[in-house]
Design a protein around this ligand. Structure first.
Ligand SMILES: Cc1cc2nc3c(=O)[nH]c(=O)nc-3n(C[C@H](O)[C@H](O)[C@H](O)COP(=O)(O)OP(=O)(O)OC[C@H]3O[C@@H](n4cnc5c(N)ncnc54)[C@H](O)[C@@H]3O)c2cc1C
Length: 451
C-alpha cells in the first residue's frame, strides 16, 4: 500500500494545474460530508478516509488524474462541497478524493433557450448571481444553495426550492446535457445529450467525472416570502393545497408543525404558537394568497422580498429544517418521502397515534411528473435502527414512497430499484469500477443480471 501511494504521489506531482492535499487533518475533513444526520450512516462511515485529495484547475488535469487512477487501480471519489447527507462523497475504499471546486466557470448562456453551460464545481449561489445578468435564475435549488456545487446537486441531490413548479432534477427538461471524463486506459472527455446524460444524473459520481453541465434556467422573478399561522394541521394542509392549485407563480410551499416551529431560530418563530405555512410567490401571486387566507380566517405575514431579507424562509425549509432541529438536539434525525395522494392526513394521523411526537411533520409541496403532490421530511427522535425501520415500514404500508436517507447506495436512497442504464454506463465509462466504489448496488451484483 505504501509503495502504491508513493508511486501515486510521484505521478500526481507531474500533473500540471493540480493541487495535491496530503495533510492528514485536511484529508480527513475532505473525506466527510453531512452523513452524521443519520446515526446509522455515522456508525458505518466515521472511519472512512481517503489517502489524499486533489483539486484540478482544468479538464486536462482531470484527464491526467483519471489516467493515473486507471493505471494504478486507485479508487476515486468526487466531491463538490461535501454537503450531501447520504455519505455520497465519502470514500469507502480509500484512494483519491477529487474536489471539483476550481472548475467553476459559467461557460455559455443561450438567450434563445435559456440554457446555461457551467462547469460542475460552480457554487449555485455564484451561478445564480451570474445568471441575474441575463434576467435568469436556477429553477431548482437545494436549501444549501449558497455553499453547494451544481455538479454535486445533479450527481447527488434530488430537488428542493422550486420543486413545487419544476419537479425533481431527473424530470425531463431540467438537465439538457453534460460533459464527463471516463476512467479507462485512455480517459476521454465526452459530450452527452439529454438522453445520454440520464444515467449520470443522480449516480453519485459512480459512472463518470462530470466536468460541465447544460441546464435549463427560469426567468428571474422577485420572490416574496409569506408566513401563515394556522391552529389545525388539517386546515394548514388544505390551505397549502389551495395555494398550489391557484393560477399563480410559486417557488416554495411548506408546512412546519408547531413543535418544529418551537425549535426554529427566534427570528422565524416569532411569538405565535401555531403551525406555519411558508410560501414564496410573486407580488401578484401574494394578492391571491391573501384572499385565500381571508377565506380560511387565518393570519398571515408578508416578510418581504426573499433576496433582500437578512434571514429568508429558504433557510428553514427542506433539510435546513432538520439542521435547525439538530442544532437544538443532535438526537433528531429525519426521513424523506412522497406522501400518498389525497391520503396525506390519514398517514400523518396514523403515525401520530403510533409514534406520538417522536415523529414531527415537515411538509413540502412538489410537482411529481406534473402532478401537485406533498412530500415530507419528518424529523424523528433517534432511538434505534430498529425503530426507524418500523417507522419506514408503517409509512410504506400507508402508501408513502420512501427515499431512505439512512442508506449508502444510489438505489437505497432512491426508489430502491436498480437502473440498468446506470450500470451499463459504468461498464462503459468506468470498467474497473474505480469511481466511488460501493455506492452503486447494481454494479456490485451485475453478474447476476444480463447487463
Ligand atoms: C442542511 C442541508 C440541507 C439540504 N437540502 C437539500 C435540498 O433541499 N435538496 C437536495 O437535493 N439536497 C439537499 N441537501 C443535500 C446537498 O446539500 C445537496 O444535494 C447539494 O446539492 C450537494 O452538492 P455538493 O456540492 O455539496 O455535493 P457533494 O456532497 O460534494 O457530492 C454529492 C455527490 O455528487 C458527486 N459529485 C460531486 N461532484 C461531481 C462531479 N463533478 N461529477 C460526478 N459526481 C460528482 C459526489 O461524489 C457525491 O456522490 C441538503 C444537505 C444539508 C446538509
Amino acid at each position: 500500500m505504501a509503495s502504491r501511494n508513493f508511486k501515486l504521489i510521484e505521478k500526481l506531482k507531474k500533473v500540471d494545474n493540480l493541487e495535491i492535499i496530503e495533510n492528514t487533518s485536511d484529508v480527513k475533513r475532505l473525506s466527510k460530508d453531512f452523513y452524521n444526520y443519520s446515526p446509522i450512516l455515522e456508525k458505518r462511515l466515521d472511519g472512512c478516509v481517503a489517502d489524499l485529495v486533489v483539486r484540478p484547475f482544468d479538464n486536462n488535469a482531470v484527464l491526467k488524474v483519471a489516467g493515473i487512477c486507471w493505471e494504478l487501480s486507485i479508487p476515486i471519489t468526487l466531491r463538490g462541497s461535501g454537503t450531501g447527507n447520504y455519505g455520497q462523497a465519502v470514500p469507502l475504499f480509500k484512494g483519491i478524493v477529487m474536489q471539483m471546486n476550481y472548475l467553476n466557470k459559467l461557460e455559455e448562456f443561450d438567450p434563445d433557450t435559456g440554457f446555461v453551460k457551467v462547469q460542475s464545481g460552480c457554487l449555485m449561489g455564484d451561478l445564480n448571481k451570474q445568471l441575474e445578468r441575463y434576467g435568469r435564475e436556477l429553477r431548482l435549488l437545494p436549501s444549501t444553495w449558497k455553499t453547494a456545487t451544481i455538479g454535486g446537486f445533479i450527481a447527488g441531490g434530488s430537488g428542493g426550492i422550486g420543486s413545487i413548479r419544476w419537479g425533481f432534477l431527473r424530470d425531463p427538461g431540467n438537465l439538457i446535457g453534460l460533459e464527463a471524463v471516463t476512467i479507462n486506459e485512455e480517459p476521454k472527455l465526452l459530450k452527452f445529450d439529454a438522453e445520454e446524460s440520464e444515467p449520470l444524473n443522480h449516480a453519485y459520481g459512480t459512472n463518470g467525472i462530470i466536468t460541465s453541465l447544460l441546464i435549463s434556467t427560469d426567468i428571474k422573478r422577485k420572490w416574496y416570502s409569506m408566513v401563515i399561522d394556522c391552529e389545525e394541521l388539517h386546515k394548514a394542509i388544505e390551505i397549502l393545497k389551495t395555494c398550489v392549485i391557484a393560477a399563480i407563480d410559486l417557488k416554495l410551499g411548506a408546512i412546519l408543525e408547531r413543535k418544529i416551529v418551537d425549535k426554529m431560530p427566534t427570528w422565524f418563530k416569532g411569538q405565535s404558537k401555531s403551525h406555519k405555512i411558508l410560501i414564496q410567490s410573486t407580488l401578484g401571486g401574494i394578492k391571491t394568497i391573501e384572499l385565500i387566507c381571508k377565506k380560511y380566517g387565518v393570519k398571515y405575514f408578508l416578510l418581504g422580498e426573499e433576496d433582500k431579507l437578512s434571514n429568508g424562509i429558504s433557510e428553514v425549509v427542506w433539510n435546513h429544517t432538520t439542521l435547525h432541529m439538530r442544532a437544538k438536539d443532535k438526537n433528531w434525525t429525519y426521513l424523506q418521502m412522497l406522501l400518498p395522494l389525497n391520503k396525506e392526513l390519514d398517514l400523518i394521523n396514523s403515525l401520530r397515534e403510533k409514534w406520538d411526537t417522536n415523529v414531527l411533520w415537515h411538509i413540502e409541496a412538489v410537482s411529481q411528473q406534473g402532478v401537485p403532490r406533498l412530500a415530507a421530511l419528518p424529523v424523528l427522535k433517534w432511538r434505534s435502527e430498529d425503530q426507524i425501520n418500523q417507522i419506514i415500514d408503517n409509512c410504506k404500508e400507508l402508501g408513502a414512497i420512501i427515499f431512505n436517507p439512512h442508506v449508502l447506495t444510489v438505489e437505497g436512497g432512491g426508489l430502491g430499484v436498480i437502473d440498468s442504464d446506470q450500470v451499463k454506463a459504468k461498464l462503459k465509462f468506468d470498467p474497473k469500477g474505480l469511481l466511488n466504489p460501493g455506492k452503486l448496488e447494481g454494479w456490485e451484483i451485475k453478474d447476476n443480471f444480463n447487463i
